[in-house]
Design a protein around this ligand. Structure first.
Ligand SMILES: *[C@@H]1O[C@H](CO)[C@@H](O)[C@H](O)[C@H]1NC(C)=O
Ligand SMILES: *[C@@H]1O[C@H](CO)[C@@H](O)[C@H](O)[C@H]1NC(C)=O
Ligand SMILES: *[C@@H]1O[C@H](CO)[C@@H](O)[C@H](O)[C@H]1NC(C)=O
Length: 472
C-alpha cells in the first residue's frame, strides 16, 4: 500500500494503481496468456509486441477524444478503412492493428475488421478482443462473406496486417483482387524465412505501399523478395512504433512507479537497494535468455574476482511459459541450479502487463539473437521508465539504442556473452552513468517514440495511400 508521505494523490489515483497491482497478480493469470511461441514477427513469437494493448490500455481512456482533436490522423475522418488481420490473438501483429483501429476510430473513421484465420471452436480471447472492438465502434465482419468483399471494394483504404494476411486476397476476393490492390497498404512486422513464400506475398509488388517497423527489416524484405522470390517491393515506408498513452502515464507518475516497485520487489523477495537486470520477452532461444543467464553468472564472477562493492544483483526473466518452451526452459532452470544462483534468478510467467516490472527493475536487457528484433517495442517502453538498455547490436535495437548514451550494445551470439557480462558490471558499478543513460533514454522517447509520433508517421503514409488510391 502506498505510504502516507507520498505527495497527496487522489483516491481515484490509488484505486487505479491498486487495480494495476491486482492486474499484476491475478488478472494476468485470468487473461488467457497462452501465447504460442511460434508465430508471426521477427524470429519468434514476439513477447515484446503483444503487450502493446494491455488490459488497461484497452480502457476507454485509450480512445482519443476531443481533447486530442489535433490528431495527425484527423484527415481520415469519415474514410472507410478495411483491416485484414490474419489471426486474432494476444500477439504483436493483431494487437498493433487494433491499436491503429482505435486511433482511426478516435478521429471518426469508419473501421471494418476481418480476421482471416479463426478456429472453429469458440475462443475466449477472440470473443474478448472482438467485443473490445465492437465497444469502440469497430465493425467486425466475417472474412469470407459477400459483405467483406463489398466493403473491400468500397473502402478508401485496405490494410493487410503481416505477410500471411496475403492469403486472404485470392481466397476471398478472387477476381476482384486487381481492383483492390491499388488501395492496399501492407503492414509487415516479420523477419523470418518462412514468410518469403510466393503463396503469401505474390501480390506485394502491386499494392500501393508497404509499411515496415524498422529500416533493418525493410532492407531485409527488399533483399529477400528480390533474391529469393524475384519480386520487387512496392514503395516501402519505415514507421517506428511509439509508446501507448497508458504506458507513458505510468512511466511519468513517480508515485505509481514507487507503489508498483515496492509491490513487485516484495513479491520477488528482493530489497529496495538490490539491482535488477531483466529481460522481458517470451522465453525462447531467439530472445537469448540462455546467453543472458550466462552473462549474468559471468558478471557475478567478475565482481567476486575484482572484489567490487555492488548491491546484490538479480536477473529477472519475464515471459516464462513452461507449457510451450519446455525444453528450453528446463535448460535455463538447470543452468541456474548448476551455477547455484537460484536466489539471484527469478522467472515470471508471460503477462500482458509489463509496467509493474518496468517500474521495479533497474536495467532492461534486450538480448534478441540472429537478426535481432524487427523493432522491439519493449525497448522504448523501458526507456520511458528511464531504464538504460543493454542490447544486442542487431535489428531494430540499433535504431533505438544509442550506444554509450542510452545503453550499451554487445554482439549477438556466444561472442556477446562476455561483453554483456562486462556491461552488466559497468552499470552495476557506475550508478551515475546508469541513471544518466536512463534519463537520456527517456528524453529520446519524448522526442521520437510517443503515440503521437507514431500517429504522425502513420499519417504521412496514409495520406500517400489515399492519394494513390484516388489516382488509380
Ligand atoms: C542480400 O543478402 C545476401 C545474403 O543474405 C547478401 O549477400 C547480399 O549482399 C544482400 N544484398 C543486399 C543488397 O543487401
Ligand atoms: C506459471 O505458469 C505455470 C504453467 O505454465 C503454472 O503452473 C504456474 O502456476 C504459473 N505461475 C504463476 C505464479 O502464475
Ligand atoms: C559501443 O561502444 C563501445 C565503446 O565505444 C564500442 O567498443 C563498441 O564497439 C560499440 N558497439 C557498437 C555496436 O557500436
Amino acid at each position: 500500500m502506498a505510504k502516507p508521505h507520498s505527495s497527496n494523490p487522489s483516491i481515484a489515483f490509488y484505486k487505479k494503481w491498486l487495480l494495476m497491482i491486482l492486474a499484476l497478480f491475478s488478472v494476468s493469470t485470468l487473461i488467457v496468456l497462452v501465447l504460442r511461441a511460434t508465430s508471426d514477427s521477427c524470429n519468434d513469437r514476439r513477447y515484446d509486441k503483444y503487450h502493446y494493448i494491455s488490459k488497461d490500455s484497452l480502457s476507454p481512456s485509450q480512445i482519443p477524444t476531443a481533447s486530442n482533436a489535433v490528431s495527425p490522423l484527423n484527415f481520415m475522418k469519415s474514410k472507410l478503412v478495411f483491416l485484414v488481420s490474419h489471426e486474432l490473438s494476444l500477439s504483436g501483429g493483431p494487437l498493433l492493428l487494433m491499436e491503429l483501429a482505435f486511433l482511426l476510430r478516435g478521429v471518426g473513421a469508419e473501421v471494418v475488421w476481418i480476421t482471416h484465420q479463426k478456429p472453429m471452436e469458440p475462443n475466449e480471447v477472440i470473443y474478448n478482443l472482438e467485443h473490445k472492438m465492437l465497444d469502440r465502434g469497430v465493425q467486425v465482419l466475417s472474412s469470407k462473406g459477400q459483405k467483406a468483399i463489398d466493403t473491400a471494394l468500397k473502402a478508401d483504404l485496405v490494410i493487410l496486417n503481416t505477410a500471411v494476411a496475403g492469403k486472404w486476397l485470392d481466397a476471398v476476393l478472387k477476381d476482384n483482387v486487381p481492383r483492390v490492390l491499388p488501395k492496399v497498404l501492407w503492414w509487415i512486422h516479420e523477419m523470418r524465412g518462412h514468410y518469403f513464400k510466393l503463396e503469401y506475398v505474390k501480390h506485394l509488388p502491386y499494392v500501393a505501399g508497404a509499411m515496415i517497423d524498422s529500416h533493418t527489416t525493410a532492407e531485409y524484405w527488399k533483399n529477400r523478395t528480390k533474391e529469393r522470390l524475384g519480386i520487387k517491393m512496392p514503395e516501402t515506408y519505415v514507421v517506428h512504433l511509439g509508446n501507448s498513452k497508458e504506458l507513458m502515464e505510468v512511466a511519468e507518475n513517480s508515485v505509481a512507479k514507487r507503489v508498483l516497485r515496492e509491490h513487485v520487489r516484495e513479491f520477488l523477495g528482493v530489497r529496495n537497494e538490490d539491482l535488477l537486470f531483466a529481460i522481458i520477452n517470451s522465453v525462447s532461444r531467439g530472445k537469448g535468455q540462455d546467453l543472458f543467464l550466462r552473462s549474468f553468472h559471468e558478471s557475478l564472477q567478475l565482481i567476486k574476482e575484482k572484489k567490487l562493492q555492488v548491491p546484490p544483483m538479480h536477473a529477472v526473466i519475464v515471459g516464462s511459459d513452461m507449457s510451450s518452451q519446455t525444453k528450453f526452459e528446463t535448460e535455463l532452470r538447470s543452468f541456474v541450479v548448476e551455477k547455484r544462483i537460484q536466489d539471484r534468478v527469478h522467472f515470471i510467467n508471460k503477462t500482458l502487463t509489463v509496467s509493474p516490472y518496468l517500474a521495479s527493475i533497474d536495467v532492461l536487457v534486450q538480448n534478441s539473437q540472429a537478426r535481432g528484433e524487427c523493432f522491439g517495442r519493449i525497448t522504448i517502453e523501458a526507456m520511458a521508465f528511464q531504464l538504460p538498455v543493454l542490447g544486442t547490436a542487431a535489428g531494430g535495437t540499433m535504431e533505438i539504442v544509442l550506444n554509450e548514451t542510452t545503453g550499451l550494445l554487445h554482439p549477438v551470439g556466444k561472442e556477446g556473452v562476455l561483453p554483456l557480462a562486462r556491461n552488466i558490471v559497468k552499470l552495476a558499478t557506475h550508478v551515475e552513468r546508469r541513471l544518466t543513460m536512463g534519463k537520456k533514454g527517456y528524453e529520446k522517447v519524448k522526442e521520437r517514440f510517443l503515440e503521437h509520433h507514431m500517429s504522425e508517421r502513420i499519417a504521412l503514409v496514409l495520406k500517400d495511400m489515399l492519394k494513390k488510391g484516388n489516382d488509380s
